[in-house]
Design a protein around this ligand. Structure first.
Ligand code: NAP
Length: 270
């Protein structure tokens, strides 16, 4: 689909969460380049304001920066209130984070915040904007799961489980909303070179470029249910999934994660 068709199909405003870094920032950049006015959401107000100014100057689009902790209980309600007057046609839910620790050793407050952001916020956004898009018979949603969402991964159990939730949610919403002319794409990437690894206490020796993941995701919206972006995600998925029993996958992915998780964060021998 060319840029003007894309804008016509979903335009004229898009919401991008997690826009201050990584994938969200790339989505915001590429959507502004297409011509979408943007609502950008994250917690760091200075970064949001800087991005908003730059996108406005570079692409001549309107930009509304909303600093919000999306893991808070009332966050999605507030976001909806602040955006309901706009012609929103697309949401990209890229805010999310990971952790690495055996669950019994983890900071339970942080793990609960992870569920609130990665799962509850996404479900609530899908609910309110799904209703809006259904009523207007036009809309698109991009949800970000992970390759870890296809099975358990010890050392990052809660994060992997949160992404299983996103994957299942997105796959089902694709069918629930398709008949209302609303497209849902779930993106399940392997490692990407963003701020994610540092936050999660991981390090990646190979990683996808966030700009490529964002580009492939936008190109796949309305065409696929799930996207495994880039060669790396497809390779990791295909080398494990068709051939290996589920229990073995958990073991293999746990071993892979062990090489990625920084020793200071995790002692799997305990
Ligand atoms: N990078 C990877 O290897 C990888 C692989 C598979 C899936 N993913 C998924 O991709 C998504 C994007 O991650 P990323 O790689 O782009 O990570 P990132 O570079 O760390 O960006 C995360 C974004 O989320 C925002 N955020 C974090 N907590 C928030 C909160 N409580 N409220 C509002 N915004 C919040 C951050 O902004 P503020 O700090 O300013 O709030 C930031 O803009 C996540 O769902 C992640 O799980 C990433």
């Amino acid at each position: 689909m060319n840029k003007s068709n894309f804008l016509k199909k979903y335009g004229s405003w898009a919401i991008v969460t997690g826009a201050t870094d990584g994938l969200g920032k790339q989505f915001a950049e590429q959507l502004a380049e297409i011509g979408f006015n943007l609502v950008i959401v994250a917690r760091r107000k200075n970064l949001l304001d800087g991005l908003s100014k730059r996108l406005n100057e570079t692409y001549k689009v309107e930009c509304l920066a909303i600093d919000l902790d999306l893991s808070a209980n009332d966050a999605v309600g507030l976001l909806y209130e602040k955006t309901n007057h706009l012609d929103i046609g697309l949401i990209v839910a890229a805010a999310g984070f990971g952790t690495s620790a055996n669950l019994i050793e983890a900071d339970i407050k942080l793990e609960k915040q992870l569920i609130d952001l990665n799962c509850r916020c996404l479900m609530e956004m899908s609910h309110v904007y799904g209703k809006k898009f259904t009523a207007q018979k036009r809309g698109g949603m991009i949800l970000i799961s992970s390759l870890l969402g296809f099975h358990g991964a010890f050392g990052t159990a809660n994060y992997a489980a949160s992404k299983a939730y996103v994957q299942a949610l997105g796959e089902a919403l694709y069918f629930e909303l398709k008949k209302h002319k609303v497209d849902v794409l779930t993106v399940a990437p392997g490692p990407i070179n963003t701020g994610f690894a540092a936050t999660a206490g991981m390090q990646f020796s190979m990683a996808l470029k966030p700009e490529n993941v964002a580009r492939e995701s936008l190109a796949s919206l309305g065409k696929k249910i799930t996207l495994l972006p880039g060669f790396l995600s497809k390779f990791l998925y295909l080398s494990l999934y068709p051939l290996v029993f589920r229990n073995l996958k958990v073991m293999v992915m746990g071993m892979v994660m062990k090489t990625m998780i920084k020793k200071t964060w995790l002692n799997l021998k305990k």
